[in-house]
Design a protein around this ligand. Structure first.
Ligand code: HEC
Length: 81
């Protein structure tokens, strides 16, 4: 099965922190860590990921990512819940 663009972006840019919970990053597939954040809605999550949020660096530290790519990666993460 082909992996989605969102999964690819996640693996290259986000997984390093969001797989293990580095610095308190919400772990993929972990409801307790995600439910309250997810409730903000995708638009707020994309905005936070784009601008940085707490210890989350803007765009996960990769300035080349567009908001659309961030949205795809976040959609992938939310789909793992
Ligand atoms: C250097 C580690 C690191 C990388 C890389 C990283 N994140 Fe995060 N992320 C965090 C941390 C830490 C938090 C929790 C921030 C907080 O709540 O203070 C977080 C939180 C988030 C949130 C929740 C924001 C909210 O409103 O609660 C989203 C969405 C997110 N990251 C998306 C991404 C995406 C998409 C990528 C890849 C493009 C990514 N992150 C890469 C560390 C990282």
């Amino acid at each position: 099965m082909e992996i989605s663009a969102g999964e690819q972006i996640f693996k290259s840019n986000c997984k390093v922190c969001h797989a293990q919970g580095i610095n308190g990053a919400p772990i993929v597939g972990n409801h307790a860590m995600w439910d309250e954040r997810a409730a903000q809605g995708i638009d707020v999550l994309v905005e936070h990921a784009a601008n940085g949020y707490g210890l989350m660096p803007a765009k996960g530290g990769n300035d080349a990512l567009s908001e659309e790519e961030l949205r795809e990666a976040i959609t992938y993460m939310l789909n793992q819940l």
